[in-house]
Design a protein around this ligand. Structure first.
Ligand SMILES: Nc1ncnc2c1ncn2[C@@H]1O[C@H](COP(=O)(O)OP(=O)(O)OP(=O)(O)O)[C@@H](O)[C@H]1O
Length: 630
């Protein structure tokens, strides 16, 4: 059991060590800046009350929060993992050779994959998906306006329909035709803008017609005679998708399960924490699409009787700037070039992320063929989404717990993701809020895989609508209905800085939904202050009074410290509300009117090669009437 003693069934949160801390603190400590939205305007700040545990519980229920759930953490040790329903073992379409090219419908599975009430649907503010698109590459890309126009294989098109994807998002509009052309690709688009489907749909579609020819021999797992012990093969994936976290691997695996429905393409998730034996069993039942975390993938590459990379046709690196970070250098090198990987010219490489500092963009180029495409949606790599309202509150370090409590009690109850920077802080915050009757759960990297999967499941299903997490959860997570992200601690510039901030707040305000991101700021966050102010201005959010001195003068340019300004081309944005578009920089507003920006300006020095007979353009996004709502 991980060091978290306060939430076993026996103690059930009553009388936990922090039970009266809020009372003693005498209020939240949120500085009153006259902000109408802040919890400080509440006359009756809940943390000022001196209540018994039962009264705190009653108060939380009265505020509309659901009942809290006690966890028996010992059960995870007792179960030992064997009987656990691992997310990676979730049901998928199983194949029989006699199906021909397309398998029959399986209504129960279809319901499970596509009918889930927890699957995200696009929100009412879809038009706020940024529509300014910059494209560089060897040839012009004709964007698709509808999935119907993309020339997708009918099974994939049907799966897209079953997912409820009616319109293409801007990144899908450009990335799908680029991938269908067969070129390498680096794609940058805001959080929650549909990047997963942007690579999954065309990749699988390209394989569909040729699956029978390309796939390695596999057992007929749908056959009643199939025996997993006897009918083992070596996994020979055609597609490898690499992601930095286990949770993201499970999520992408879910998307792959949906998109592979009725196809003979078999997805497998391989991530740390899931028992190796279990993963190997799954791989040896056949694997065409492998979704993996880098460490587990490298381990598996060392088991040639289980996995060979010799058939891989597509290598996709999601959250690519994170994967290009020094921490992953060795693994990434091995994955991109090492082992027995297919080095044929038809091996296509892709990298996707919402943030892509200049240094990472340069490194990405080393892995791409010279004729690669670069697509960027939005003005600047790392821009926050306009559907996210960002608020910054001044909160001193010793008052943070009370401030979170007050904020939750003052907010409309809804799925809330709370970030702390350290694992002990996550445990303490969970304990504190839970003991005040709030339905919390928590996740961090010291928890066992079973605990992590359960915490996430409880959050997704709404059983525990408040999740406290470390930055582990910042990237890629796509949970339906996160209305509020609270950053108790801001990421320091040593640990991801403003890009990490953008990923964290990007867990809300996804795919046309609006969300609120509240962040606590104090003197310890001064290193991030200028970047934060720049981002607030860029996103047209209010800069609080205590940071107002960092605002540039009206109309002045803001330099984003984008890692490497060595060539003097930092990304720029016009300052002040309604800032003017400037051809030397990148405009903040969606270019629905086709406003021109200097070709490739936002890519800084990365434009090399594109000008030589290639195609370099700020494409804008000129919506066809049918999708003019963008
Ligand atoms: N065309 C579409 N129409 C409606 N919903 C879509 C469409 N494409 C994707 N989605 C949904 O949008 C949500 C966000 O997609 P996804 O997780 O791929 O975003 P992302 O751009 O990768 O975000 P992040 O940068 O945070 O990882 C998912 O729930 C996905 O199912």
């Amino acid at each position: 059991m991980v060091g978290y003693p306060f939430r076993t069934v026996a103690t059930a949160g009553d009388g936990g060590h922090a039970s009266n801390a809020a009372t003693a603190a005498g209020g939240s400590g949120i500085a009153d800046r006259g902000d109408k939205q802040s919890a400080t305007t509440l006359e009756d700040a809940a943390s000022k009350l001196n209540l018994s545990t039962d009264d705190y519980v009653a108060k939380a229920r009265g505020a509309g929060w659901t009942e809290k759930t006690a966890f028996d953490y010992d059960q995870y040790n007792r179960a030992g993992g064997d009987s656990h329903n691992w997310a990676g073992s979730a049901k998928k379409y199983e194949w029989k050779d006699e199906y021909g090219d397309v398998g029959p419908e399986v209504p129960e599975l279809e319901q499970l994959l596509f009918g889930g009430e927890f699957q995200m649907r696009k929100g009412a503010h879809y038009e706020n998906l940024d529509i300014k698109v910059t494209v560089e590459g060897p040839k012009e890309i004709v964007p698709i306006r509808k999935f119907d126009d993309a020339g997708l294989h009918p099974v994939i098109l049907r799966n897209v329909e079953l997912c409820g994807y009616d319109d293409v998002t801007p990144i899908q509009s450009y990335a799908i035709p680029a991938i269908l052309k067969g070129n390498d690709l680096v794609a940058i688009a805001e959080t929650g803008s549909g990047k997963t489907a942007a690579y999954m749909i065309p990749t699988l579609s390209r394989l569909m017609g040729k699956a029978r020819k390309l796939c390695a021999p596999k057992p007929n797992t749908a056959d009643p005679m199939y025996n997993p012990r006897r009918d083992r093969v070596k996994a020979e994936p055609l597609v490898v998708i690499v992601v930095p976290t286990r949770e993201l691997a499970m999520q992408i695996f879910d998307e792959a399960r949906r998109m592979c429905y009725r196809s003979m393409l078999r997805p497998v998730a391989a991530y740390g924490g899931r028992p190796m034996g279990d993963t190997c069993d799954d791989l040896q039942a056949g694997c065409d699409i492998l979704i993996a975390t880098p460490g587990r993938l490298c381990d598996l590459m060392g088991k040639p009787h289980v996995l060979t990379m010799s058939r891989v046709k597509f290598t996709i690196i999601d959250e690519a700037d994170e994967m290009l970070d020094q921490d992953w250098e060795e693994e990434l090198k091995k994955i991109m070039a090492g082992g027995d990987s297919n080095e044929d010219a038809d091996h296509q490489y892709m990298m996707f992320s919402a943030t892509f500092p200049k240094g990472a963009r340069k490194m990405a180029r080393n892995y791409m063929s010279p004729e690669y495409y670069r697509i960027r949606v939005g003005g600047r790599a790392g821009q926050a989404h306009k559907n996210i309202r960002q608020e910054i509150l001044h909160v001193d370090g010793d008052r943070k717990k009370e401030a979170v409590y007050d904020l939750l009690m003052a907010s409309k109850p809804g799925r809330t993701l709370i970030f702390c920077n350290a694992k002990p802080a996550v445990d303490l915050m969970d304990d504190f809020l839970y003991n005040r009757g709030l339905p919390t759960t928590s996740i961090h990297s010291d928890r066992s895989q079973l605990e992590r999967e359960d915490a996430l499941r409880c959050f997704r299903t709404g059983k525990c609508p408040i999740l406290i997490a470390t930055g582990l959860s910042a990237r890629g997570w796509d949970v339906k209905g996160i209305e509020h992200v609270i950053q108790v601690d801001l990421p320091s510039t040593m640990y991801g800085g403003i890009n990490e901030y953008t990923h964290r707040i990007g867990r809300t305000g996804r795919i046309g939904h609006q969300g609120l991101a509240t962040s606590f700021y104090n003197d310890r966050n001064e290193d991030l202050a200028q970047d934060l102010v720049n981002l607030l201005i860029e996103s047209q959010c209010e800069v609080p009074d205590f940071l107002a001195h960092l605002k540039p003068e009206e109309g002045a340019k803001i330099d984003f410290d984008d890692d490497s300004d060595e060539e003097g081309e930092a990304d720029q944005v016009a300052a002040g509300p309604g800032g003017e578009e400037d051809t030397g920089g990148v405009a903040t507003d969606a270019a629905a009117d086709g406003g021109a920006v200097a070709a490739g300006s936002g890519w800084g020095a990365d434009t090399e090669g594109a000008g030589e007979g290639g195609f370099t353009a700020d494409a804008g996004f000129h919506p066809a009437p049918a999708i003019a709502a963008w």
